[in-house]
Design a protein around this ligand. Structure first.
Ligand code: ADP
Length: 267
């Protein structure tokens, strides 16, 4: 339970880079950050400002070709905000209904940790195609992955699988491999037990953190690096499991444009 508040498994980092990797393999992608405890997309993508409104629709911001909307755009920096259930629900509904997401192949949603109002609101507002659970190989987060799985089952959201973040560290010069946060094989074992696949493994890499701090995610900042490759592999697995829906491909149906929606659970 304590792990929830602490965070740090790399959920937002995976959300951002997965979105960019999906774009890299040819899809149109939006990214929605509803992490009420600490929306990090503005920092990770290096964008700020407030979204414009046109024709009563909120226009998402643009970053690296992605359409982006974040709670962070609506908050003042350094102001701790405590959002209560009904507010969270209202904001998530508005972000899904009133933001112009038309014409996208995928909408990636960066969820807050925990098993609460935000997840419920999301699942009740739009059809959620699938959930991707991010974890590190450490035992504690594995327990949370199991809880997340259970929650999405209850909400009738398909859990696509688990992403093992910080799976290993490869010494650049010698290619020696170290397991800093535990052995990724443990995640695979747990995934087996939970009858869900491991969708991908993202190594621990300094460029990931540097890219995040600099507002230039590794997939665009280091397009040829092994980590980027890992994200592209992950994107391919995700896209294969959930191809963009065929209907509305020509950009019709502005009311319900979401053709693929993935939510992330921090574990
Ligand atoms: P969360 O959203 O789960 O709280 P973040 O995505 O904010 O986690 O990541 C927490 C920290 O870990 C950030 O500094 C981020 O840059 C770093 N990080 C995440 N994934 C990796 C990785 N694969 N390699 C190195 N650093 C990472």
């Amino acid at each position: 339970v304590v792990v929830f508040g602490k965070g740090g498994v790399g959920k937002s980092t995976v959300a951002v880079n997965l979105a960019l990797a999906l774009q890299k393999i040819g899809h149109r992608v939006g990214l929605l950050d509803v992490d009420i405890y600490g929306p990090s997309l503005p920092t990770l993508l290096g964008i700020s400002g407030r979204p414009a409104v046109s024709n009563r629709r909120i226009l998402p911001m643009e970053a690296d070709g992605l359409r982006v909307m974040s709670l962070g755009f609506l908050m003042d920096e350094d102001t701790p905000v405590i959002w209560r259930g009904p507010i969270v629900t209202g904001i998530i509904r508005q972000f899904l209904r009133d933001v112009d997401w038309s014409g996208l192949d995928y909408l990636i949603v960066d969820m807050p940790p925990g098993t609460g109002d935000a997840q419920l609101a999301l699942a009740q507002t739009v059809p959620v195609d699938g959930a991707v659970i991010v974890t590190t190989p450490s035992d504690l987060s594995l327990i949370d992955a199991a809880r997340g799985l259970q929650m999405f089952k209850t909400l009738n959201v398909e859990v696509m699988g688990i992403v093992t973040n910080m799976s290993k560290f490869v010494v650049p010069s010698t290619k020696e491999e170290f397991f800093i946060f535990g052995n990724p094989a443990e995640v695979a074992k747990e995934a087996d037990r939970l009858e869900t696949p491991v969708l991908g493994e993202i190594p621990l890499d300094l460029t990931v953190r540097e890219g995040g701090d600099a507002g230039r995610p590794v997939v665009v900042g280091q397009p040829e690096s092994p980590v980027t490759e890992a994200f592209v592999e992950l994107a391919k697995v995700v896209a294969e499991k959930k191809p963009p829906h065929a209907e509305g491909a020509a950009g019709e149906g502005a009311e319900q444009p979401k053709k693929g929606l993935f939510s992330f659970l921090k574990s």
